[in-house]
Design a protein. Sequence first.
Length: 351
Amino acid sequence: MNLGELVSALNDFASLSLAESWDNVGLLVEPSPPHTVNTLFLTNDLTEEVMEEAVQKAADLILSYHPPIFTPLKRVTWKTWKERLVVRALEHRIGIYSPHTAYDAIPHGVNNWLTKGLGACTSVPLHPSTAPSYPAEGTHRVEFCADNTEHLDTVLSNIKDIQEISCLTTLPARVEGEEQTRVSLNCSQKALLEVVALLSQNSLLYHKTEILLLQKPLLPHTGMGRLCTLSEPVSLSDITERIKSHLKLPHVRLAVGMGKTLESPVKKAALCAGSGSSVLKGVEADLYLTGEMSHHDVLDAVANGISVILCEHSNTERGFLSELRDMLAIHLQNKINIIVSEKDRDPLQVA
């Protein structure tokens, strides 16, 4: 499969439009064309040790969940480890692709996999994703009716001079037995202020103006984090053991909520793979499950009676790779070899 076809297929598997705006996703390193991909290499973190493994296993494309290039590189030399990753990739004609938060949002992604550690439950996204292409333009729609006069022509001319106006239409309308023109337009938040200022110069137009907020529809089962409702309440002690078993970890960090004990029941759990502070903050639940949270966010949760389980950042993500391998094999119709890194691991361990 050529690289372009594979990247297109990966984008179909998880639309990059679902990634957070601050993220750096997609094809990050591209060897000169033509480039055929026979072996796709999956890793959570692309370290130098993992890159060496990819070279030894003759990988043609590395899918690194975390983007190895995040902040802009000003040069590509042998001095820093991230620059060396790019050098090594290009020298060995290996592409690098990163999906990161796009995989967090999709229904069959990382957070969905993490919910399986809780046992039987139903889950909904904490921060649902919206359809990326609807409505096509603008944040607001403005509609008003006016008499067919020269004044209307002047108003329309002035509206057309405003930046970030789209879908401007005029239609004949009959209002209270009078022939009028109905004007409709889409605009940005910034342009809305200018449109309202313009229409407010004519009290008749202003009082006949309707402003509608254009909201994009929510995508089902898609978004950041998950709020999980367990089929049956489970003690905090038992849910901790379930999570350790699912993540294949001998230890996790546990903060018991104020007024709770290890025997307290857990019915609702809010989770977020990786670093969950911003996603989980303020969510009502019996338990927060994530990789890492700030000290003060843990204190806030505990003070509100919410227990917290921290498993280290990438430990809440890495186990998904095996599931991902199987899903991609089906999605790509077994046209290429897909392998999971054996060297990839969380940098932190219990000493």
